[in-house]
Write a protein that binds this ligand. Sequence first.
Ligand code: BG6
Ligand code: MG
Length: 217
Amino acid sequence: MMIKGFIFDLDGVLVDTAKYHYLAWKKLADEMGLHFNIRDNELLKGVSRERSFEIILELNGKEMSREEIQECCTRKNGFYVDFISRITPEEILPGAREFLTDARSKGIRTALGSASKNAGIILERTGLLPFFDAVIDGTKVSLAKPNPEVFLKGAEELKLLPEECVVFEDSMAGIVAAHNGGMKTVGVGNREVEGCCDAFIASFTEMTAPVIVKKVG
Ligand code: BG6
Ligand code: MG
């Protein structure tokens, strides 16, 4: 099947924001006396805000009411928004903008497929918005990765079949989601996913769009 579309995760793939999600959860966990470390954080990557906090509670053997969970998520988001309020194009990951430009110049359609409800503000502040034909973010989906909803909607908006799309992801949940949706995957930056994706790049400076198409197509 010909590859005609690229679907990109945002946090940790195009922008260096995965660290801010971690720092915000860490701050909340510390304040609440919950155990949480960088290894636990791998389980949260790509996962929705609510599901992330449920995982932290599970790891601590704790339960909370819906309202309390909501309240904690709101607090975490406050910390996170504080971090990203100062984000600039400097935090676009190496080679990402050039890779998007290259892909689009070769006629490949591009979509964002992110779980984040903060994706809009990040795209705007980094100037990445014009690089996408379609933007699917946490405000448009109800099922968290590893459910493929976010990527299937991306393919649909690009007017492509899932098998015509490649998903770029840094998270385990995202790689599984893409495979669940019938798409090829390129792991980006995070060695934890290297064994599970169709191709792996440490950064976008490593490969051009046509090489990726050839490799996974
Ligand atoms: C994903 C991140 O992109 O978005 C997760 O990898 C995050 O860490 C999720 O929980 C939801 O983001 P937000 O901004 O809506 O809390
Ligand atoms: Mg990510």
